[in-house]
Design a protein around this ligand. Structure first.
Ligand SMILES: [Zn+2]
Length: 174
């Protein structure tokens, strides 16, 4: 027998589908407190990502484990209506994958944070992991940008600044 009644199940479902879920709020609050700025539920991007950090070209999805088919305790299938749930969740997973492919194709990084990764025991580690990946994304973007800006030679302004900086008068009046 399934321990969860259909009523409870549908309540869980509606909560997973609604905006401003608790897991989402945990991530948002942490990012904001650490100086990251973001937009929510951005419809102009594939899959309407939950949290979008434009400066980092990163879209974050906060996924409910059951609904998105995570392999963990919370993602376990109910024991009734197995075919129904399997079918539904398989479709969700396929759609998630498509969305990530589309985002990557237009140069966005994607991050999935699972609901179970925000349980108190592992929450801090997860949140720090998000910051690590964001910094990595930023460095990557910075490197790409640097690569197309000519620092020497072809940029007269940069050259002049370099020359000015390389002829300091040290020592005379020290
Ligand atoms: Zn999970």
């Amino acid at each position: 027998m399934d321990k969860i009644t259909p009523e409870q199940r549908s309540k869980t479902m509606s909560r997973i589908h609604s905006k401003n879920t608790r897991p989402e709020l945990i991530v948002r609050k942490f990012l904001y407190a650490n100086g990251f700025r973001y937009r929510l539920n951005v419809r102009s991007l594939p899959g309407t990502p939950d949290i979008v950090l434009k400066k980092y070209h990163t879209a974050i999805f906060i996924n409910g484990c059951f609904w998105h088919g995570h392999v963990c305790q919370q993602g376990r299938m109910p024991k009734s209506n197995v075919a129904f749930w399997e079918n539904k969740i398989t479709r969700n997973k396929e759609r998630d994958e498509e969305v990530r492919d589309k985002l990557r194709a237009i140069g966005w990084r994607t991050m999935v944070v699972w609901e179970c990764q925000l349980k108190p025991a592992v929450r801090q580690q997860t949140l720090e992991g998000i910051v690590y990946l964001l910094n990595e994304a930023f460095l990557d973007l910075y490197r790409k940008k640097s690569a197309v800006i000519p620092y020497y030679g072809s940029n007269p302004d940069a050259e002049q600044r370099m020359v000015a900086e390389e002829t300091p008068q040290y020592g005379k009046n020290d």
